[in-house]
Ligand binder design. Structure first.
Ligand code: F6P
Length: 557
């Protein structure tokens, strides 16, 4: 007999709590309010519902909330103990209880250098040591002082990693391309040999530096790709085992596994178990970023994040950007039943931000038990998705405008382009600005009828088209605007989302810092691999999986 979820005790404390009950009542009384009506009753709604922090502006006025709604949501956050948990986060308490670990990515960007304790020990000296080591290494590689096996300078960096050991550095390098110098950077993550083959085909062993990035150094995809790159390297003319040290570095918490793999531990950059994989771009996993844009730009990235940390730690909820974003998300997930959250950057170089946030958010809050192990009786992390906004307008925005779902969306833009083409920039900006307006306003029947009449459309034709052209609007959006996509601003944005996710995890009472759900698939894949490669049936499967295994066996080369 399988022990199913129903057998686990249900936690109804949150939904029965005073703050939740007050929100339920408020929702029932206000659920059909249109955002346009909220603007009509408050001529200063933009001023009253927007905030600035550093170079970032958050306009959250186009949401289905009044000041009263927000006050009730802040009560919920207070009732959940967000202030205490925030203190625990920054002070290194072991808030990742299922893994008995602190959660200290904020220490990695602690530019104040005030001591931060984990297990009674100040972590700042070791963080600074690794930063110094990365500065020295990156400067030698970037200046050409570090030579490859034939005495040539490095031209190409290949980061081999997956999940947090790939998405963070890839997203940041893509975003900061205008800050890059002469080095090229490539990212190998997929175990599909197509990716590594395509990348290696354009490289020379003489001038390529591989960085194997893996927190655990046990991840099958990363180790397989790393072995393939090593074999490729040794397969080139005139390379020897001794040359590996000039072309392979590692980033990991596991020095034994790094040595066992054959990478010189002098070329290893450490981090610590209190850095979650999806929060690791602030650690030595950022090495590929440093090589690409230089240490000074990386420090700017850390500074932007640190200033957002300080804002989050010190501001009252009413003026706290991550808290506001978090409670808005809770409002839509738990009261309006929203299933997803869209992230829509209007900056080409932020194209990988949605994929990065998919991991940051869904691996953190994709949970269905509370910290105490009881089943939740409410929705938790939404499905996070998105793509470059302007392209999305010509693809999936139809559903945002006229579909049947409420889809809260974050629109993100930088005002100043990094090119000289102001005309392109103005078109991009005008679309960014018009979309949130359109999503909120919709198009009324009267407006649509008038438009058709002015176009000379016949009455019959207009009657037929009207229901298709009308739409309700009232879709909630946040506009997040920065002056320019600089390392500093990017650091602030990433930290802003990390803290939003943290606050939501606290309200939902889940552990945002483990990811046990990903383990089973990895374990079963190991079994299936044995069966595919040996051709023998060794494990019990359902008939679908068994049938598919047989199909693969019959059709593989
Ligand atoms: O399987 C999920 C995961 O553990 C992520 O949390 C992590 O970012 C990724 O795999 C890669 O892990 P590692 O850095 O240990 O190779």
């Amino acid at each position: 007999m399988r022990l199913v979820r129903q057998a686990i005790q249900k936690d109804e404390k949150l939904i029965n709590s005073p703050a939740w009950q007050a929100l339920t009542k408020h929702y029932e009384e206000n659920k059909s309010v249109h955002i346009l009506d909220l603007f009509a009753t408050d001529p200063k709604r933009f001023e009253n519902f927007s905030l600035q922090q550093g170079n970032l502006l958050l306009d959250y006025s186009k949401n289905r909330v009044s000041k009263e709604t927000l006050a009730l949501l802040f009560d919920l956050a207070k009732q959940a103990g967000v202030e205490d948990w925030r203190e625990k986060l920054f002070s290194g308490e072991k808030i990742n209880t299922t893994e008995d670990r602190s959660v200290l990515h904020t220490a990695l960007r602690n530019r104040s250098n005030k001591p931060v304790l984990s297990d009674g020990e100040d972590v700042m000296p070791s963080i600074n040591d690794v930063l110094d080591k990365m500065r020295g290494f990156s400067e030698r590689v970037r200046s050409g002082e570090w030579k490859g096996h034939t005495g040539k300078a490095i031209t190409d960096i290949v980061n081999i990693g997956i999940g947090g050991s790939d998405l963070g550095p890839d997203m940041i390098c893509t975003a900061l391309q205008p800050y890059a110098s002469h080095l090229n950077v490539h990212f190998v993550s997929n175990v599909d040999a197509m990716q590594v083959t395509q990348i290696l085909s354009g490289l020379s062993s003489e001038t390529t530096l591989f960085i194997v990035a893996s927190k655990t150094f046990t991840t099958q995809e990363t180790l397989t790709n790393a072995k393939t790159c090593r074999a490729w390297f040794l397969d080139q003319d005139a390379t020897t085992e001794q040359d590996v040290a000039k072309h392979f570095a590692a980033v990991s918490t596991n020095s034994d596994a790094v040595s066992a793999f054959g990478i010189d531990t002098d070329n290893m950059f450490s981090f610590w178990d209190w850095v979650g994989g999806r929060y690791s771009l602030w650690s030595a996993v950022g090495l590929s970023i440093i090589l690409y844009v230089g240490m000074d730009n990386y420090i700017e990235l850390l500074s932007g994040a640190h200033d957002m940390d300080t804002h989050f730690a010190e501001q009252p909820f009413e003026t706290n950007i991550p808290v506001i974003l978090a409670v808005l998300g809770v409002w839509y997930v738990n009261f309006y039943g929203a299933e997803s959250q869209a992230v829509l950057p209007y900056d080409h170089n932020l194209g990988l931000l949605p994929a990065y946030l998919e991991q940051a958010d869904m691996e953190s809050n994709g949970k269905s038990v509370t910290r105490d192990g009881a089943a939740v009786s409410y929705g938790t992390g939404p499905i996070v998705w998105g793509a470059e906004g302007i392209n999305g307008q010509h693809a999936f925005y139809q559903l945002l405008h006229q579909g049947t779902r409420i889809i809260p969306a974050d629109f993100i833009a930088s005002v100043q382009s990094q090119t000289d083409n102001q005309h392109h920039s103005d078109i991009l900006a005008s679309n960014f600005l018009a979309q949130t307006e359109a999503l909120m306003r919709g198009r009324s029947l009267e407006e649509t009828a008038q438009e058709l009449e002015s176009q000379g459309v016949s009455k019959e034709e207009a009657a037929m088209r009207l229901p298709h052209m009308y739409f309700e609007g009232n879709q909630p959006t946040n506009s997040i605007v920065m002056d320019k996509l600089t390392p500093y601003n990017l650091g602030s944005i990433v930290a802003m989302y990390e803290h939003k996710i943290f606050v939501q995890g606290i309200i939902w009472n889940v552990n945002s810092y483990d990811q046990w759900g990903v383990e089973l698939g990895k374990k079963l894949a190991k079994n299936v691999l044995q069966e595919l490669e040996s051709g023998e049936d060794k494990f019990d499967h359902d008939s679908s999986t068994q049938g598919l295994i047989s199909w693969f066996r019959q059709h593989r080369k």
